[in-house]
Design a binder for this molecule. Structure first.
Ligand SMILES: *Cc1c(COP(=O)(O)O)cnc(C)c1O
Length: 360
């Protein structure tokens, strides 16, 4: 038994209601039901309806379930890019999407800015041939978030037919996106939704669907069980092509319902309050400084700091107090820390963490 609070940027602390929902899943034998049963269809429909409400998703968007955000990258390229994609790269996750396009044989180009920096649409030249433009709202490796209104302005600088993709894996449900200015957005549940890993959620509009059908008509392979047409056909019947992660779909529906009862406005407000607590501390600390120089690009949900004390040493000192934070990403492992500020983290837990960090 451990009481440790995970401030790691994903997997992270589970949403406080997950244990009770897990218990009810066991009592109702959710792990044994058929994925073609009426009971499953209701679980599926409940998760979708809850997500639509929480994210204020317009009707021209579909909700699809995959295994992870990594899978969204692969399916997006397979289904929507015949020749060329374009990627905004400012850290490890945005870079990985770019690499996936190349591994799948597409011509991928990028606009890359240094680790820890952001960008505005006006600074970026997107090639006319780009069929998909990959943006990242929240770069979990560096703690950079691109403001939602800057994301919206990419439509004005992108070729008219390009599909605008937004990685919001470690920020949703906090950002309020203008869905009419983008075409697809995706996340996985082990970050801000406070669930065990193993489920990716892919939101996409009719422009994506039409493009997939057009490529299919041209004779291009879109893959098999998780092609967009295959996913959509089953989604219409509240099902998935494969036997899915039923338990996690159930938990997602329950947690999203809990988030809806709390209200998205409250969740957003609390996220900002907690982010303020953490950034105020970092700015006044002798051991830490915010890693993102330009405050307009500082993420509210994954907060990255440069640290004088190696991250492994910090976690050693936090361990007796049942707390863990994330180390820096890749080569920044010891010199930076990453602190998750997700809906699962309460204001009092964040206050307690800040107090401990102050005492280091
Ligand atoms: C974690 C993360 C991913 C990858 O998610 P998986 O569920 O592991 O595929 C992608 N993008 C960002 C920004 C992430 O933080």
């Amino acid at each position: 038994m451990t009481n440790k609070i995970f401030f790691t940027p994903g997997p992270s602390e589970l949403y406080p209601t997950v244990a009770a929902h897990m218990q009810s899943a066991m009592e109702n034998k959710i792990g044994s039901i058929s994925h073609r049963s009426q009971q499953f269809k209701e679980i599926y429909a409940h998760a979708v309806a809850g997500l639509r409400q929480l994210l204020q998703l317009p009707d021209n968007y579909e909700v699809l379930f995959l295994s992870s955000a990594n899978e969204v990258w692969e399916r997006a390229i397979q289904n929507l890019v015949k020749e060329e994609s374009f990627h905004l790269v400012n850290g490890a996750f945005s870079k990985r999407f770019y690499e996936v396009a190349g591994e799948l044989g597409r011509k991928a180009s990028k606009h890359e800015v240094p680790f820890g920096e952001g960008y505005t649409p006006e600074q970026v030249a997107i090639p006319d041939a780009a069929e998909l433009v990959a943006l990242i709202h929240n770069e979990t490796s560096s703690g950079v978030a691109i403001p939602a209104d800057a994301i919206s302005r990419f439509r004005q600088v992108a070729p008219p037919n390009a599909l605008l993709f937004v990685d919001a894996v470690s920020s949703l449900p906090h950002p309020a996106f203008d869905y009419s200015q983008i075409d697809s957005i995706y996340f996985s549940v082990q970050k801000c939704f406070g669930l065990p890993a193993g489920l990716g959620v892919w939101l996409l509009n009719e422009r994506c669907i039409e493009k997939a059908h057009a490529l299919q008509r041209q004779g291009m392979s879109l893959g098999s069980y998780h092609s967009i047409p295959a996913l959509l056909e089953k989604a219409k019947a509240n099902q998935t092509p494969e036997t899915p992660n039923v338990l996690n779909l159930y938990l997602l529906g329950q947690v999203v319902a809990d988030m809806n009862s709390k209200g998205i406005a409250t969740i957003r407000q609390e996220t900002e309050t907690k982010a303020r607590l953490i950034y105020d501390f970092l700015e006044s600390s002798e051991n830490f400084t915010p890693a993102v120089q330009d405050a307009t690009f500082r993420s509210p949900t994954t907060i990255v700091a440069n640290t004088e004390i190696p991250s492994s040493e910090i976690n050693k000192r936090l361990a007796p107090f049942d707390m863990a934070i994330g180390s820096g990403y890749g080569s920044h492992k010891e010199a930076q820390v990453r602190i998750a500020n997700f809906p699962a983290h309460s204001i009092s837990q964040v206050e307690a963490l800040v107090n401990r960090l102050e005492e280091l």
